[in-house]
Design a protein around this ligand. Structure first.
Ligand SMILES: [Zn+2]
Length: 310
């Protein structure tokens, strides 16, 4: 029953339909979802006082409330283990239709043109979501895998072969958490300094590596340093790429750099960080994810999965 049809069926039905919608949303989020029933089957449950036609809906409502209470308690407990005062906000259901993407003003390039992958720094959406992307692949920190699994936070990875090559198994484990692994070249050059053929090899070469190591070639590519030209976009397209996401903010352990004067998150912002550690950026991957989640919670944003929107 949809909320609209429930309106016609009466106020109690509306409450149940809305509760069901909330439940479906809460249950769609990874480890919080549990295929086992959290309460006893309805036939075992104690009848509502007085029985009558309202008893079964009342029991269903009670089960919904109990389920939500348990899901929330689990998420809060996990958040506290990871040093957060509150559970990360849950993203809304992914959009049924992905937003149309076009290169953002100021990101056009000479020699670019129609049909080339768009260059974006945020996703056009009104949802209060941001996207966390992690680049290169030098550090393979097992604590990051545990944290993302326990908090059910989606990320996207952009791997350079030079950095990731000594342990692609780590990134397969990350992929198995639902992370999409995308292309960040073979050797992390400044692509603008290379002719077309060399750019194409950097991108297509990493497509081949990721197909071999991950089982599928990506459709998303991020140029190192965010540097690109028309040849980059043509090469990316020739290698099967259809999107070039850059970023709005860069997160470090306990600090940020921003690409615009307004430092607040905006809906659809893409956040960058790197697979690094204390010797590279003064903290752990858990520290940087905490930094992102605290700002997101403070500003009323959820971390959503980039590939659900693009
Ligand atoms: Zn990079």
């Amino acid at each position: 029953m949809t909320p609209r049809s429930a309106l016609r069926a009466g106020p109690l039905a509306l409450v149940l339909a809305l509760a069901g919608a909330v439940l479906a949303s809460a249950c769609s989020s990874g480890p919080a979802a549990d295929p086992r029933p959290l309460t006893r089957p309805a036939e075992d449950a104690k009848p509502a006082a007085g029985g009558g036609p309202a008893a079964a809906p009342a029991r269903a409502l009670a089960r919904t409330a109990e389920h939500q209470r348990r899901v929330h308690a689990r998420r809060l407990a996990a958040a506290r283990v990871w040093g957060l005062a509150a559970a990360p906000l849950l993203p809304p259901a992914p959009p049924r239709t992905k937003p149309a993407l076009a290169t953002e003003p100021g990101f056009e390039t000479d020699g670019g043109g129609p049909g080339l992958p768009p260059v974006i720094t945020r996703v056009p959406t009104d949802d209060r979501v941001i996207f966390l992307t992690i680049d290169d692949g030098h550090r393979k920190d097992p604590e990051l895998l545990r944290m993302l699994r326990e908090l059910d936070v989606p990320v996207s990875a952009f791997l350079t072969d030079d950095a990731a090559r000594d342990d692609y198994a780590y990134f397969r484990a990350l992929r198995d958490l639902g992370t999409t692994v995308s292309n960040h070249t073979l050797h992390h050059p400044d692509l603008r300094e290379l002719p077309y053929a060399a750019q194409r090899e950097e991108i297509c070469g990493q497509q081949r590596v990721l197909r071999r190591e991950m089982g599928a070639a990506p459709r998303i590519f991020r140029p190192p340093y965010g540097n690109y030209n028309g040849d980059t976009l043509r090469a990316a397209k020739d290698c099967g790429i259809d999107l070039v996401p850059l970023w709005q903010q860069e997160a470090f352990p306990g600090r940020w750099t921003y690409s615009r004067a307004d430092t607040a998150f905006h809906p659809g912002d893409i956040v960058l960080t790197h697979f690094e550690g204390p010797s590279e950026f003064g903290g752990t991957m858990a520290d940087v994810v905490r930094t992102v989640l605290r700002k997101a919670n403070d500003e009323g944003f959820a971390v959503a999965r980039l590939e659900d929107y693009v």
